[in-house]
Ligand binder design. Structure first.
Ligand SMILES: NC(=O)c1ccc[n+]([C@@H]2O[C@H](COP(=O)([O-])OP(=O)(O)OC[C@H]3O[C@@H](n4cnc5c(N)ncnc54)[C@H](O)[C@@H]3O)[C@@H](O)[C@H]2O)c1
Length: 374
């Protein structure tokens, strides 16, 4: 492998800590600098990382040593930050969703193509052993022809723990655009692209009360639907039923189940990288659920593996957590909300190839000194 990609992070809020845990173990990337609108947040991150500089956003974008901007800002800023990074000649990899709207996201993809830079986007959880083992088993014919899937995510709301949860309740947020990327990306990974959707949506409250941090007790407005349901019609003919809610207490439903002609499959939480895949076979139903051994995916992965996967991809080849896939996922979600407004089925104009499966591999380097001397 050649030189690692130098990374500049823009956005040092709640999620940056998870990337800081992962990036140092990935030889394909090297964290060079961090920035945030609130400079003190960048300083706090840099203080804990050897050799990492805290810069202003303008300085980071002007720094020729930064190859790739890791965009960890809030959804409403994703497109603006991405467009500035592209204009500065940087590759971009961002948190989900790709942008708050497909109109913004399309501009990002067009400008990146014109500039010859890569676009990567979370979620990369689907590259872990959980979803990849499920995909590998489906592709190997374990469940027969896939007929349908269900995907369920319910929570009473992230304002209970996030210190600045405002972005979850404005366009670009809500349960669908916030958590939907994990589920819809997993469904596209497992069952292929979506050609049309029908949706319905509602909201329980017009304001939420922050439950943690310095703003605890403060009311914030709700400008989006907070319970979204729908059906995705995949190009293959399979039908996925989706329930994404910030209005429910909890559930015993599986995160994702896929039903095939010969078996049903339980798929682990797509917000995480690993977890058990199990199947119940038609010809052996009395045996109950059989856990499949991990057969594919990045072992022990964490947030940032999609960025390393992008860094390792040869020029001219498509990395897995790519912009086209993230655009299609956003298009599916936006179409669901359009359908919820109109009550009619909505065709999904975009498509995306299923990214190449991930062989069972480890990307991480053991930290120096971790291997016992012989
Ligand atoms: N919090 C989580 O657990 C979590 C998990 C997975 C993914 N994400 C995603 O990560 C992203 C960030 O979420 P978060 O929870 O860290 O949010 P946050 O509000 O805690 O942090 C966002 C940071 O971005 C900075 N910022 C905003 N606009 C900016 C701009 N234009 N230029 C520079 N900095 C800017 C803010 O000052 C803030 O420090 C979101 O897209 C979210 O969906 C969050």
């Amino acid at each position: 492998m050649g030189e690692p990609l130098n990374i500049g992070i823009i956005g040092c809020g709640a999620i940056v800590a998870q990337y800081l845990q992962t990036l140092p173990s990935l030889p394909a990337v090297r964290l060079h600098a961090v920035a945030d609108l609130d400079f003190s947040r960048a300083q706090a991150v840099a203080a804990g990382q050897d050799g990492v500089k805290a810069l202003s956003v303008d300085e980071l974008l002007a720094d020729p040593a930064v190859d790739t901007v890791l965009n960890l800002t809030i959804p409403a800023a994703h497109a603006e930050v991405a467009l500035r990074a592209i204009a500065a000649g940087k590759h971009i990899y961002g948190e989900k969703p790709l942008a708050a709207t497909t109109a913004e996201a399309r501009t990002v993809l067009e400008r990146a193509a014109a500039a010859g830079v890569r676009v990567g986007c979370a979620p990369d959880t689907v590259l872990g052993t959980g979803i990849q083992t499920a995909r590998h088993a489906i592709d190997a014919g374990v469940i027969g022809r896939p007929i349908a899937a269900t995907a369920t995510m319910v929570t009473p709301g992230h304002e209970r723990w996030h210190p600045n949860p405002d972005f979850y309740y404005v366009p670009g947020g809500g349960p669908l655009l916030d958590m939907g990327p994990y589920y819809v990306t997993a469904l596209v990974t497992l069952l292929g692209p979506v050609t049309s959707v029908i949706g319905a949506a509602s909201h329980l409250r017009t304001q939420r009360i922050i439950g943690a941090g310095p703003r605890a007790g403060e009311a914030i407005p709700v400008a989006v639907d907070t319970h979204v349901t729908g059906v995705l019609v995949h190009e293959s003919g399979a039908l996925s039923t989706l329930v994404m809610s910030f209005d429910a207490v909890q559930t015993r439903a599986a995160n994702i189940e896929v039903h095939g002609e010969r078996a049903s499959m339980s798929v682990p939480d797509p917000n995480w990288f690993d977890g058990e895949v199990s199947v119940s076979r038609l010809d052996d139903r009395d045996r109950g659920w059989e856990v499949l051994p991990d057969s594919a995916g990045y072992i022990g992965a964490g947030r940032g593996y999609g960025l390393a996967d992008m860094a390792m991809t040869a020029p001219g080849e498509q990395h897995r957590a790519n912009g086209e896939l993230a655009f299609h996922v956003l298009d599916v979600m936006e179409s669901l909300l359009v359908s919820a407004q109109s009550g009619a089925s909505v065709p999904v104009g975009s498509t995306a190839a299923r990214p190449a499966g991930v062989p069972l591999t480890s990307l991480a380097e053991e930290p120096a000194g971790a291997r016992p001397a012989n």
